[in-house]
Design a protein around this ligand. Structure first.
Ligand SMILES: Nc1ncnc2c1ncn2[C@@H]1O[C@H](COP(=O)(O)OP(=O)(O)O)[C@@H](O)[C@H]1O
Ligand SMILES: [Mg+2]
Length: 170
C-alpha cells in the first residue's frame, strides 16, 4: 500500500478563552479533539458536522495557520506539525484552502489577472508574461472568458446590486 498523502494523528487544538487575570475564568475550549485520519492518493475526504464542531479549526491547523496543541500532521510522510513558514512554503503549492465566500476571497482592488497571478508570483512560477498567459488559460479552462482578465471582481459580483440601486434612484 502506498504512503498516505495526508495523515492526522491525535490532532488536538484547544483555544484558551478569557484572560485568567482579575478573577476572570480561563476557559479551555477543545475545538478539535484527537482527530485521526489518512488520505491516500486519489481519495477525497468529506468532513461533515454541525456549525462550531471544529471543521474549520481542523483545516486551519493542518495548513499550519493555527498552531496545533498536540498530535501530529504528516504530509507525504513528512512531519509538518507546527512547522515554520520556510518549511511550509513549498508545501503550500500542494496543499491549500479554497474559500467558499467569493466576496471575502477576492480583493476588490485587484484585477482578475492580478488575483490569479499572485500565488504563481509568490511561488516563483514563470515570467510575468507566462503568468498572464497561465491566468488566461485558467479562465478558459473553467468556462470563463480570458476577456475578463482585466475586470475587477467587485464589479462582476455586484452588478445586480448596482443595477437595482440605479433603478431605485430614478
Ligand atoms: N480563533 C478562535 N478563538 C477561540 N475559539 C475559537 C476560534 N475559532 C474557533 N473557535 C471555537 O472552536 C470551535 C470550533 O469552531 P470551528 O472550527 O469554526 O467550527 P466549524 O468550522 O465546524 O463551524 C467553536 O467552539 C468555536 O467557537
Ligand atoms: Mg467553519
Amino acid at each position: 500500500m502506498s504512503e498516505p498523502i495526508l495523515q492526522a494523528i491525535d490532532l488536538t487544538k484547544t483555544f484558551t478563552v478569557g484572560s485568567g487575570i482579575f478573577g476572570r475564568a480561563k476557559i479551555e475550549n477543545v475545538a478539535v479533539n484527537r482527530v485521526n485520519f489518512e488520505i491516500e492518493k486519489g481519495e477525497t475526504l468529506g468532513l461533515v458536522g454541525e456549525s462550531g464542531c471544529g471543521k474549520s479549526t481542523l483545516a486551519l491547523s493542518i495548513l499550519g495557520l493555527y498552531k496545533a496543541t498536540s498530535g501530529r500532521i504528516l504530509f507525504n510522510g513528512k512531519d509538518i506539525t507546527n512547522a515554520d513558514e520556510r518549511l511550509l512554503k513549498p508545501i503550500r503549492r500542494q496543499m491549500q484552502m479554497i474559500f467558499q465566500d467569493p466576496l471575502a476571497s477576492l480583493d476588490p482592488r485587484l484585477t482578475v489577472e492580478q488575483i490569479i497571478s499572485e500565488p504563481l508570483e509568490i511561488h516563483g512560477i514563470g515570467t510575468r508574461t507566462e503568468r498572464t498567459n497561465l491566468a488566461a488559460e485558467m479562465l478558459e479552462r473553467v468556462g470563463l472568458s480570458s476577456e475578463n482578465l482585466y475586470l475587477l471582481p467587485y464589479i462582476v459580483t455586484h452588478r445586480p446590486r448596482l443595477f437595482l440601486e440605479f433603478l431605485f434612484r430614478k
